[in-house]
Design a protein around this ligand. Structure first.
Ligand SMILES: C[C@@]1(CC(=O)O)c2cc3[nH]c(cc4nc(cc5[nH]c(cc(n2)[C@H]1CCC(=O)O)[C@@](C)(CC(=O)O)[C@@H]5CCC(=O)O)C(CC(=O)O)=C4CCC(=O)O)c(CCC(=O)O)c3CC(=O)O
Ligand SMILES: NC(=O)C1=CN([C@@H]2O[C@H](COP(=O)(O)OP(=O)(O)OC[C@H]3O[C@@H](n4cnc5c(N)ncnc54)[C@H](O)[C@@H]3O)[C@@H](O)[C@H]2O)C=CC1
Length: 160
């Protein structure tokens, strides 16, 4: 089910703060995009399973030290079983579509990195400081969200 393209106010995404500590998260694909999202998932303590034939050196390193589990093979629909949250970040639109469909069938939120409208969650541009996270989300406008996030970051650092 595709989200609406726009609303009368704000992003079409409903922002929620997911508490993923100790919860199972599936990341399909282990390239640059997956890596960017994995950093934060590990910071918040999610139990991450990565499924991908190849991974970046950073992902392989985190797997080696036990920070996440890396299954070195193509993803299967059954990998979605048990996950609270899914990121479909392979470089194959067909594979991402199959992962997103498996997540939809299980009522599990899924970010589809190649075709956001056919996923059920989006990743904000974020910034973390002490016990505070700033997250900005637009309407498939990551560059604009990044710019707003950076502006907020600068404002937070200005002396009062
Ligand atoms: C909708 C969303 C869904 C989601 O993936 O979660 C989405 C979708 C898509 N992004 C695409 C492209 C790029 N996205 C980035 C970067 C970021 N993308 C992020 C979020 C989101 N991206 C979600 C909500 C965004 C919003 O607020 O509106 C950020 C903020 C967060 C993060 O990724 O961690 C992060 C900045 C992180 C930071 O710097 O902190 C770059 C690189 C860059 O900018 O450096 C590029 C390549 C250059 C370009 O095209 O701009 C494509 C086309 C893919 C294709 O070609 O196949 C799609 C697909 C589509 O729109 O359907
Ligand atoms: N949403 C966003 O912010 C952005 C999204 N993209 C999209 O994300 C996709 C991925 O980008 P990158 O990480 O740069 O690609 P990449 O080429 O660096 O990595 C692709 C990953 O997918 C894995 N993979 C391939 N087939 C698979 C399968 N059957 N099962 C499991 N894993 C499989 C590969 O092993 C590899 O780890 C791009 O093709 C593009 O469509 C690109 C830039 C930003």
């Amino acid at each position: 089910m595709a989200p609406p393209d726009h609303t009368d106010s704000g992003s079409p995404a409903y922002l929620a703060g997911l508490l993923l500590r100790g919860r199972d998260v599936l990341v399909a694909g282990a390239g640059a995009v997956a890596e960017r999202r994995l950093e934060r998932l590990l910071e918040v303590g999610a139990n991450v399973r990565v499924v991908a034939p190849d991974a970046t050196a950073w992902v392989a390193g985190r797997a080696e030290e036990g920070a996440l589990v890396w299954h070195r093979r193509p993803v299967a629909e059954s990998d979605v079983d048990g996950a609270w949250y899914v990121i479909a970040a392979t470089d194959s639109p067909e594979v991402n579509a199959a992962v997103a469909a498996a997540a939809e069938a299980r009522h599990t939120f899924c970010v589809r990195c190649d075709d956001a409208r056919h996923g059920s969650a989006w990743t904000p541009a974020s910034y973390n400081v002490a016990d505070m996270t700033v997250a900005v989300i637009g309407n498939r406008s990551p560059q604009r969200s990044k710019a707003v996030r950076d502006a907020i970051h600068r404002a937070m650092e200005e002396p009062r």
